[in-house]
Design a protein around this ligand. Structure first.
Ligand SMILES: [Zn+2]
Length: 286
């Protein structure tokens, strides 16, 4: 059976959405909800052979809940970096990016007691046409998993353009059929796909020379809306924007969450979980 890789972008959605919307710069994280979501992920992995996985964690979690990062590392998972805050790197100067990256890496290394060698940009947004951000990244980590593409050739071409070199672990993104919108192998896309569409994308990834690799988030493994912002928290946005964001959150916290574990289990009937990314750089990195 071929391998299917699973990685988690480990972030507190409620904290990060409020920051994106300008409601706060930072505030206490929902550590109990993060812990419950981690435990749901761990139960899923244990029920499917006990493979270990890679958790791309925001630095703020390591700052506020170092014991949770230590536990994830102690249970055998790879701790990788998902920036300090969940900010869009394409909106940051190289200097701001460098400062946030170093802050995140030092918090994650201290909390996990592990080397932290992998990185994924929040929302996969990191400038790919300008080299400054990747040059900085290559000084601090061994691999990046922020590149979306539909062929191994595209990933190799991008990887070859980087100096200093950095290993690229791409995420497959393509149209499941002609004229359909481009979809990624993970997140909301995976929740909304039918099982057949997900299986088709996994097959297409393999045919394109890319080891199938699904990314998911803690809030997708729970269906209790524990990462949703309340109407009261959204109220400072004004009635119209608050109502919009309150409704919009269903996309992340409600629609398809209950059926996700069964869908993943069904996909795993034809695959085995691939394990930590840092232990599989040879099949994955281009
Ligand atoms: Zn993220």
């Amino acid at each position: 059976m071929s391998k299917l890789f699973l990685s988690i972008d480990f972030e507190d959605f409620s904290h990060d959405l409020g920051r994106d919307l300008g409601l706060w710069e930072t505030r206490p994280l929902r550590i109990a909800a993060l812990t419950r979501a981690y435990e749901a992920i761990e139960r899923f992995l244990q029920a499917h052979g006990g493979a270990r996985a890679t958790f791309f964690c925001t630095g703020i979690i390591a700052e506020q809940a170092p014991e949770l990062i230590a536990r994830i590392a102690a249970e055998g998972h790879e701790i990788a970096c998902h920036h300090h805050f969940h900010d869009c790197i394409d909106q940051e100067t190289p200097e701001a990016f460098a400062a946030n990256l170093q802050k995140a890496l030092s918090a994650l290394r201290a909390a996990s007691g592990q080397p932290v060698t992998g990185f994924r940009a929040p929302k996969f947004r990191i400038p790919q046409s300008r080299s400054a951000h990747y040059t900085l990244l290559a000084k601090h980590v061994e691999y990046d998993s922020s590149y979306l593409c539909n062929s191994a050739e595209a990933a190799r071409h991008f990887s070859a353009s980087l100096a200093p070199p950095l290993k690229i672990l791409p995420i497959f993104a393509a149209r499941p059929r002609a004229l359909a919108p481009k979809m990624r192998l993970g997140g909301t896309y995976l929740k909304l796909f039918s099982r057949a569409t997900a299986a088709r994308l996994i097959k297409a990834s393999t045919q394109a020379g890319l080891a199938p690799h699904i990314y998911l988030h803690p809030y997708e493994f729970v269906a209790d809306q524990s990462f949703a912002l309340s109407r009261a928290e959204l109220a400072p946005l004004g009635p119209a924007r608050a109502a919009y964001w309150h409704a919009r959150q269903s996309q992340w916290h409600k629609i398809g969450n209950r059926s996700l574990p069964q869908k993943l289990s069904a996909l795993l009937q034809n695959h085995t979980l691939g394990g930590r990314l840092d232990e599989n750089l040879t099949p994955l990195a281009l």
